[in-house]
Design a protein around this ligand. Structure first.
Ligand code: ATP
Ligand code: MG
Length: 487
């Protein structure tokens, strides 16, 4: 998609350049290319009859609408338009994965994914507002209004090393771009509940691994041998815990058993991928339950230092639990959550401990805090890379904390004007509620923030003498050049 098509540059012609390009591509591509199957290149019939695909998918159980009772109203219009567009062009297309699972559980799906036998390029050609993304796993984002549908081509199995698929010595899949048919695609998905394909045009579910029965019995079960599947992708262990906590499912015993012994494999996963997965976990609306489960399965070590240590200390555990509970309440109420704030809370006690250590070594409080903040962020980044935009917020919130205890002169007024005051104040409330600081401080700031300027002055004058006394100014050091070389 070019800049003109996004409306960033004004076009001089009636046709946009990338529309012209697509038109030319369509005119000059081989006649049957449009209908080629992603895997075999076989021409597909333009319009599909029910009987055609019944013959194609003998290994799948076909579940009609009256049996699965999915509420059509919960299905995204954009997802239906995407499957329709692909089917009209002669391809197979289904709503797949988490959305079908959530619909069966009568939950509102967070997002909708579509699987098809069209290649990413073919999908891209069908939808004007679409773009190919990803390297490790290439797929297409199709945009309708502000909704984005992720369209992936059916994946197949591949050898350890080929142009399109790559596996590390440990068995971890590094690249997964080998296309296959629908049955192979189902086999490569993680859990039986995630390998369901819903066709909006027939309203049928294709179920290759008894996922519907597992959902009905409340079980999360890995497809294939769990140990092999965890070796291929250790993140599946985190997904098992997250999905079980979020959906109230029980992890099948054979799926659960290898997790504690294989948890160390997470050390091999790129830090940025771990961050994305942990963010999903913390923002699932079930963060508390997820953390409990992570600990139960021994998956917390090394992911976040705080989960190793802090949950064992009474104040640390109380602080983190309060923060996660707040987050869960906000997510479930549909309110926005700031990941920067969340990670600031999760790492705070690590910062506190390090801050105290630097002060004991003779550093003054503010430089000691900044040293601690940098050290904690650096150690964290080795395991799980927190996006820069979130770590900036995180550090701002931490850096403002000592200022809440300096209720002297003009300082509280300056703090009130800070663009991050609200977040830093909410953070202070958590510190007080968890018992780290006296509640009086939180109450004082709540009143101070919500009263008139005159009352603020009175409040400052009413503080104990000790707190009001301005700090002694340090003597200005002589410039370096004037200091005698040998004293
Ligand atoms: P959520 O509700 O969090 O979106 P989800 O299962 O839809 O859960 P996605 O990350 O959106 O999670 O993935 C969509 C689908 O892709 C999954 O349902 C599953 O079929 C497949 N999938 C995702 N991650 C993996 C993985 N690591 N291994 C195998 N299949 C996966
Ligand atoms: Mg999903």
């Amino acid at each position: 998609m070019c800049l003109m098509c996004y409306g960033i540059i004004k076009p001089n012609f009636l046709l946009y350049p990338c529309m012209i390009k697509k038109l030319l591509q369509r005119l000059f591509e081989p006649k049957n290319a449009k209908h080629q199957n992603a895997k075999s290149g076989n021409a597909k019939p333009k319009s599909r009859r029910k009987s055609d695909y019944a013959a194609d998918h003998q290994s799948a159980q076909r579940i009609p609408s009256k049996a699965h009772k999915i509420d059509q109203k919960l299905i995204s219009h954009a997802a239906i338009k995407t499957t329709e567009g692909l089917q009209k062009a002669g391809f197979e297309a289904f709503i797949v994965g988490g959305a079908v699972r959530d619909l069966l559980l009568k939950k509102h799906p967070k997002d909708f994914d579509v699987a098809t036998n069209a290649t990413p390029e073919q999908v891209n050609r069908i939808f004007r507002r679409s773009r190919i993304i990803g390297r490790r796993f290439r797929l297409v984002h199709v945009m309708f209004g502000d909704e984005t549908i992720e369209v992936s081509t059916f994946r197949g199995s591949h050898d350890a090393d080929s142009e399109h698929g790559k596996t590390a010595d440990t068995g971890r899949i590094l690249r997964d771009n080998v296309f296959g048919d629908q049955e192979e695609d189902a086999l490569r998905r993680d859990f039986t509940a995630n390998a369901l394909y819903y066709d909006p045009s027939t309203q049928e579910i294709l179920d290759f691994h008894h996922g519907v029965a597992d959902i009905q019995s409340g079980t999360l079960k890995m497809i294939g041998d769990p140990s092999t599947r965890y070796r291929e992708d250790p993140v599946r262990m985190l997904r098992a815990v997250r999905l079980a906590a979020k959906l109230g499912l029980k992890i099948d015993p054979a799926t659960e058993a290898p997790i504690p012994q294989m948890a160390y494999l997470l050390g091999d996963v790129p830090p940025s991928r771990l961050f994305d997965e942990m963010l999903k976990l913390f923002l699932s609306g079930h963060a508390i339950e997820s953390v409990v489960q992570l600990r139960k399965h021994g998956l917390h070590h090394g992911l976040l230092p705080l989960l190793d240590v802090v949950l064992e200390q009474p104040i640390g555990a109380k602080f983190v639990n309060l923060a996660l509970k707040n987050t869960d309440t906000r997510v479930l109420a549909g309110k926005p959550v700031s990941p920067g704030f969340l990670f600031a809370t999760l790492l705070w006690h690590e910062v506190l401990i390090t801050w105290q250590r630097y002060q004991k070594q003779g550093e003054r409080p503010m430089p000691a805090l900044h040293l601690a903040m940098n050290e904690v962020s650096d150690v964290q980044a080795e395991k799980m890379a927190i996006h820069k935009r979130y770590s900036i917020t995180m550090k701002e919130i931490w850096g403002m904390q000592p200022r809440f205890e300096m209720r002297v002169g003009k300082r509280p007024f300056g703090l009130l004007e800070h663009p991050r005051f609200r977040a830093a104040y909410d953070f202070l409330l958590l510190r007080c509620e968890s018992g780290e600081l006296p509640m009086e401080l939180a109450e004082w700031w709540t009143t101070f923030a919500n009263t008139s300027s005159e009352d603020r002055l009175t409040m400052l004058q009413g503080l104990p003498q000790q707190e009001q006394k301005p700090r002694r100014r340090r003597k200005k050091r002589k410039p370096f050049s004037q200091t005698p070389a040998h004293d």
